[in-house]
Design a binder for this molecule. Structure first.
Ligand code: ADP
Length: 309
């Protein structure tokens, strides 16, 4: 288990990237969902021993992550957001080199491990190609292969699907889903479908604070009957926004499709609010309500949310 307690980090210049983050993360895939600038990478780097927090503690099973960095690094796999590769090396050469760095000295053993990992991430057929010629999705799959060197107990992957096209994302999600249930996988993302597809547990981070923690299923269930939809003319969107907690506003052929968070029919609280229909809630509604309409989310009856401003 990974336990993070009251973690704080302020960057030089004054940005408070983490404002007392606490999370208990069990074995399996955990999704940390949040918009750009929310503090995801900062949290990931602290967990991966690459950044020193100002305050708080992190423990991985019996290890104190802040004090036993070398021990943690031995059982840690990390795929950073900006993962550098030597473009002129082939995947096989680069992984062999990284395996060497990880301490796999014995040549035949290293060869076996490298071949097995390339097979696992479905790159065996292109292992002789230079990394510079790889697509974004192939690079990320290579990134997972290097992160799995040394059979980690904790795998930290920071925004791994950002920039991938839908097919590559799907393929990458499949790869993550196949990872053993024996380890903790901490996945940061701003893409809701990553969490829907993969995660048993998740948290939403916003402005350096955790605003929700729970299973995706419970989060969606708590919103049931509270999401209302209506298509309105573009010119009226701001008016609706000022009167109702709008979760999302998406263009559609006949106007803007608003989704609103409300315990009952919005018509009762706002005279122009008629014409809304109750719709099935989904994880995007959960996410966008915490990010775009946090006050309304916090005041929902029986939402079970852990939102605190
Ligand atoms: P996310 O990964 O969710 O996009 P980050 O953890 O990268 O968020 O950033 C959180 C906040 O900290 C942002 O406001 C960002 O601009 C700021 N920040 C990140 N890294 C640095 C840094 N090295 N120096 C100063 N501010 C930083």
């Amino acid at each position: 288990m990974l336990e993070i307690r009251n973690l704080r980090k302020t960057y030089p210049g004054g940005v408070q990237a983490l404002r007392g983050v606490s999370l208990k993360i069990q074995t399996g895939m955990f999704g940390l969902l949040g918009p750009n600038g929310a503090g995801k990478s900062t949290l990931m780097k602290c967990v991966a021993t690459l950044l020193e927090p100002d305050d708080g503690s992190i423990t991985l099973n019996e290890l104190d992550v802040r004090r036993q960095k070398d021990d943690v690094r031995r059982v840690l796999g990390y795929l950073p957001q900006d993962f550098g590769l030597y473009p002129s090396l082939t995947a096989e050469q680069m992984l062999d080199y990284l395996a060497c760095m990880k301490g796999l000295i014995e040549r035949s053993e290293r060869k076996r491990v490298v071949a097995a990992l390339l097979e696992r991430v479905n790159l065996a057929s292109v292992k002789k190609r230079r990394l510079g010629s790889y697509s974004g999705g192939m690079r990320q799959r290579f990134g997972i292969a290097q992160a799995l060197l040394g059979s980690p107990k904790l795998l930290v992957v920071d925004e791994p699907t950002a920039g991938l096209d839908p097919e590559e994302r799907n393929r990458f999600q499949n790869l993550l889903a196949e990872l053993s249930g024996e380890i903790v996988v901490l996945l940061s993302t701003h893409i809701v479908s990553d969490v829907t597809a993969l995660c048993r547990d998740m948290a939403i981070i916003r402005d350096g604070s955790i605003v929700h923690h729970g299973t995706p299923r419970d989060a969606v269930a708590a919103m049931r009957g509270k999401v209302w939809e209506k298509v309105v003319p573009r010119a009226l969107v701001d008016k609706y926004r000022s009167r109702l907690p709008v979760i999302s506003a998406n263009p559609s052929i006949d106007g803007i499709r608003l989704r609103v968070l409300s315990d009952g029919d919005p018509a009762t609280s706002f005279s122009a609010g008629d014409g809304f229909v109750a719709v099935e809630a989904n994880l995007e509604d959960v996410y966008f309500s915490f990010v775009n309409a946090p006050e309304a989310q916090g005041s929902l009856a029986g939402s079970g949310s852990s939102y605190s401003a």
